[in-house]
Design a binder for this molecule. Structure first.
Ligand code: BGC
Length: 364
């Protein structure tokens, strides 16, 4: 009787999934990641995007040494700035041809590598998405990242907290919203995370986006380029803030936060509350002086270390450890998330205690 009930439920669940046009398959049902393992000395490929922020600059060197320390051969490549997508496509194809056992990808555009990862899988490689997920492909075995939605939530909450602290007498605040590059799968996740916190406050009138630009298509910053954010901020200040005060800006990362601050300063506007992400060396002094309200600490050393731990597990013929799954539009990808840490002037010294290069910047 009991067995029948379970079976009926299972059948109903399958029928429901079929109706919804969904697949219950997950990336690791394909048998990936549980292969025979591979020898020390094998080639590990790492394809990184163009160097749009310090985390990517750091990742290349860290990957090379971590791969070699783990006993493998490293092929670490960056996409160039002028043709990043074709660069990455060619680099990944070449890694497959050279017989890389694992290909770790920080995608410039996670929706444009489908053919390359399909070929990589066919050639016997395991594909790990690093920091940015690959979308709409089933040819992805693992994803390792800091929890991106959480990053957005922390930014949204910090913007609210910062506004209350800086303008204790105001009941409502004028803000503007920025998001990252549309090709980066993280950009909408950061934005949606932040909007989870900010939208109810926009709805109840606590926050006002004076430009009216709240759609991600309007807030996007092509290629994560500082110049693009600065130009957009200039235009918004011109158009909407001639006789209105701007109180705060949601910026998705530190590079763009500094560009936004430059724009606000050159327009002769008073100081604002601006968010950030990455704990870039150039932003930490601004956080200590109060010019940039907050950042997020996502220690690149930890993320690279985790990706190489996964690689070592795979080399032994084991599955890599994961903590959750992330749907990429095609499959549920086994995922390992690390926790992002919010940093303001108040906890910076403490937050960077394990990182002397950053900690010393809090003391100047
Ligand atoms: C990363 C951020 C970074 C941004 C721009 C994102 O995918 O998660 O840390 O600021 O890319 O490079």
């Amino acid at each position: 009787m009991r067995k029948l009930a379970i079976t009926t439920t299972a059948v109903a669940a399958v029928a429901l999934l079929a109706l919804a046009g969904c697949s219950s398959r997950s990336a690791d049902d394909s048998g990936s990641g549980d292969a025979k393992g591979f020898d020390k000395g094998s080639l590990i490929g790492v394809a990184l995007p163009d160097k749009t922020s310090e985390n990517w600059v750091l990742a290349g060197g860290l990957f090379k040494s971590a791969i070699e320390e783990a006993g493998f051969k490293a092929d670490v490549q960056y996409a160039g700035q002028s043709t990043p997508v074709p660069d990455q496509q060619a680099q990944i194809a070449s890694m497959s041809t050279k017989g890389a056992k694992v290909i770790i990808i920080g995608a410039k555009d996670g929706g444009q590598l489908g053919t390359q990862v399909k070929d990589a899988k066919a050639a016997g490689a395991t594909v790990i998405a690093y920091d940015r997920i690959l979308t709409d492909t089933k040819d992805i075995d693992y994803y390792v990242a800091f929890n991106n939605e959480k990053v957005g939530e922390l930014q949204g909450q910090a913007l609210l907290d910062g506004l209350k602290a800086k303008f204790p007498d105001k009941k409502s605040y004028n803000i503007e919203l920025f998001s990252g590059d549309p090709g980066d799968a993280n950009a909408p996740v950061f934005f949606q995370g932040a909007m989870k916190i900010l939208q109810p406050k926009i709805d109840d009138g606590t926050l006002k986006v004076v430009s009216g630009q709240t759609d991600i298509k309007q807030t996007a910053t092509k290629d994560w380029l500082a110049q693009n954010a600065q130009n957009r901020m200039d235009t918004i200040l011109q158009g909407s803030y001639q006789s209105t005060e701007l109180d705060g800006v949601l910026s998705p990362n530190d590079t763009l936060a500094r560009a936004i601050l430059t724009s606000v300063k050159s327009a002769g506007k008073p100081a604002i509350v601006v968010t950030g992400q990455d704990s870039e060396a150039a932003s930490i002094p601004l956080i200590m002086s109060g010019e940039q309200y907050m950042t997020i600490y996502k220690d690149t050393r930890d993320l690279v270390k985790k990706a190489i731990e996964m690689t070592t597990q795979l080399s032994k013929g084991d599955k890599a450890d994961t903590t959750t799954k992330t749907n990429n539009g095609s499959v549920d990808v086994p995922t390992f998330y690390l926790p992002p840490v919010v940093v303001t002037k108040d906890n910076a010294a403490e937050a960077y205690k394990n990182n002397p290069d950053l900690e010393k910047l809090t003391q100047q």
